[in-house]
Design a binder for this molecule. Structure first.
Ligand code: M6R
Length: 604
């Protein structure tokens, strides 16, 4: 995730900005840069790679005002040109977020005569500020940002003024108030060393910093009063925004990450999905006879849901294979097959090798990944980024739900083009998709009741997760999450398959998590619940808030908001993640770094 910082004060800005950027390194980044007010103008330096690479090339810049950036690429390759700051005339900008109406603004600014040098969406922010600048940077930034749809925390520096201006919408931005110096940053870790007095900014708020004063404005230019908070956390806790583990922080980021995955990709007006990254023509999409999804671990579980979606919505026969198996399976593939490789890291050796293998059969390729510029992205023709932001905990959480959202979007995109879904149905589904972030937040707000259930069953040695149809992949994912971080043996099972063997293991000592949200298979799921109850198993159901029946058959129910059948897997995912997290926490496990596991598995 990009990190932004800004400094104004009496000290040299460059070392403070570099130090602040280093504090944000944990967020992940691929390039870095800074702009400092010096020598009567702005000096900009940037580079791909590490902050230490930037530092090594910097001259001795004398200046007291500056902005800096670590970039996590979302639009445009991770290279020096695309690194921030971006400049227009004497205005420089650093930005964290996504500009949804980039193309429209780009066309307009091009028409105005502005030259674009990078592939980033951020460059429009620099040109907009320049276009509207008439000596007042606050007014120019407000006028420019009013034209922008999307998300941003952005900081601006102008060569004419001893001032830094920053504003936010849907991306974090915090101001730090020091003694004769002021700061802004994506999070407090950046400047905690210098001040503990902070203002957490809200959407559509702007801050103007000079060494003598710090002022806040709304987007009509009216001054606003902000309350100053004092931070008690140490640096380590601050990196996790006060959460005890990155995993819990990342679970909580899902209302935002799921929103970011959808951002600018849904047209409610036409009921279409807008995926400019997919280069396959409409004709090629219509001619697809088969999709083969290859992935490992959590990404494989996402792929299993993809099968239901591509078959159920777009009418394309779909197979899902574990990457390490696919390679040696003598697959039958051709040019009417689309191979979709799913990998959050884009560096999983098994998935990269399987993708290379698939290419030798002449099939079409597409990657669903979270990291720009990885080995996987260089192997495929089409890439759809999940935009979940960097994930630090080894257990995949927010990247999983963003993979699910990406698969919904792809399935609707294909279904519309293949005329398998009418506009009314796609509009209904897309509207429901857009409601998911709010529903995820409701589940997160209810985390205490999930924690209680997790603690209650945390002494179990074996656990079962049961689901049918769309819920089956989430049963697998729930079991994977639990065993990965709590070391409790857990099985994810298709509920109807239980009686073909594993029912022999069910007893009062095997808690069963039943994914029982409303579905065409709901009645059958109730029967499976009765089967395990009859063998003494304690049953914890995940069900909709409207389900008045389920409570009669189970020991406890965790409720999720009511949505359409197709989308419950996203909501249930958040519940199973929290269950796994709180179980591991109750057992005192090293949650972010489970034994024997690595975040990115780069060996076969
Ligand atoms: O980066 P990838 O999505 O390709 O990683 C695949 C698996 O290694 C990964 O999902 C793993 O199963 C996670 N640790 C699960 O939480």
């Amino acid at each position: 995730m990009c990190g932004i910082v800004g400094y104004v004060g009496k000290k040299q800005a460059t070392p403070i900005i570099l130090d602040a950027l280093k504090r944000l390194e944990y967020r992940g980044y691929d390039s870095a840069g800074l702009a400092v007010l010096a020598n009567g103008g702005i000096e900009v330096h940037k580079t791909e790679g590490k902050i230490s690479d930037l530092e090594a090339t910097l001259p001795d810049i004398k200046g007291l005002y500056g902005i800096g950036h670590t970039r996590w690429a979302t639009q445009g390759a991770p290279n020096t040109i695309n690194a921030h700051p971006h400049v227009s005339g004497n205005i420089a900008v650093v930005h964290n977020g996504i500009i949804e109406n980039y193309q429209e603004l780009y066309d307009e600014l091009k028409g105005d005569g502005y030259e674009f040098v990078s592939e980033t969406d951020t460059e429009v922010l620099a040109h907009l500020a320049h276009k509207y600048y008439k000596g007042n940077l606050v007014a120019a930034v407000i006028e420019g940002l009013k034209r922008v749809k999307g998300t941003y925390a952005a900081a601006f520096l102008c060569g004419d003024l001893n001032q830094v201006v920053a504003a936010r919408k849907d991306s974090p931005l915090v101001a730090g108030i020091g003694n004769g110096e002021n700061f802004i940053a994506s999070d407090v870790t950046a400047f905690l060393k210098y001040t503990r007095n902070v203002v957490y900014m809200h959407d559509f708020e702007l801050v103007s910093l000079s060494s003598k004063k710090i002022e806040f404005f709304d987007f009509d230019g009216n001054p606003i009063e902000e309350s100053i908070e004092s931070i008690e956390w140490n640096i380590e806790a601050a990196e996790k925004s006060g959460y005890p583990h990155f995993m819990l922080k990342e679970i909580h980021e899902q209302a935002t990450s799921v929103h970011d995955t959808m951002l600018g990709r849904i047209s409610e007006l036409t009921g279409d999905v807008v995926l400019g990254e997919v280069k396959l023509s409409k004709e090629e999409i219509r001619k697809l006879e088969r999709v083969v999804i290859i992935a490992c671990g959590t990404s494989y579980n996402a792929g299993l849901l993809g099968k239901y979606l591509f078959e159920g919505l777009a009418g394309i026969h779909t197979d899902v294979d574990i990457s390490s198996e696919f390679r040696y399976s003598n697959p039958v593939l051709g040019d009417s097959t689309l191979v979709i490789s799913i990998s959050q890291s884009g560096e999983t050796a098994d998935t990269i090798a399987a993708t290379k293998e698939a290419k030798t059969y002449g099939c079409r390729t597409l990657a669903v990944t979270n990291v720009v510029g990885t080995t996987l992205s260089r192997e495929v023709e089409n890439i759809v980024y999940t935009r979940a932001g960097p994930e630090i905990g080894v257990a995949a959480t927010k990247t999983f739900t963003s993979q699910l959202i990406t698969l919904y979007l792809l399935a609707v995109h294909f279904a519309r083009i293949r005329k398998k879904m009418d506009v009314d149905m796609s509009k209904r589904l897309l509207v429901s998709l857009k409601q998911l972030p709010g529903m995820i937040q409701q589940i997160l707000n209810n985390r205490e009741s999930i924690r209680k259930q997790a603690v209650r069953f945390s002494t179990a040695r074996d656990y079962f997760f049961l689901g049918r149809s769309l819920n089956y992949p989430i049963a697998l994912e729930g079991a994977l999450k639990l065993k990965e971080i709590s070391y409790i043996h857990a099985e994810g099972y298709a509920a109807g398959e239980l009686k073909h063997g594993p029912l022999a293991l069910i007893s009062k000592d095997t808690p069963v998590v039943a994914l029982a949200t409303r579905a065409s298979t709901y009645d059958k799921m109730l029967n499976n619940i009765k089967e395990v109850k009859a063998r003494g198993a304690p049953v914890l159901a995940i069900a909709g808030m409207d389900d008045t029946e389920i409570g009669k058959y189970v020991d406890a129910v965790i409720r999720v908001p009511v949505t359409v059948e197709l989308l419950y897997p996203v909501l249930s995912s958040v519940v199973v993640q929290l269950l796994a997290y709180y179980t591991a926490d109750a057992l005192g496990c090293p949650i972010d770094k489970p034994r024997n596991l690595a975040k990115s598995v780069t060996v076969e």
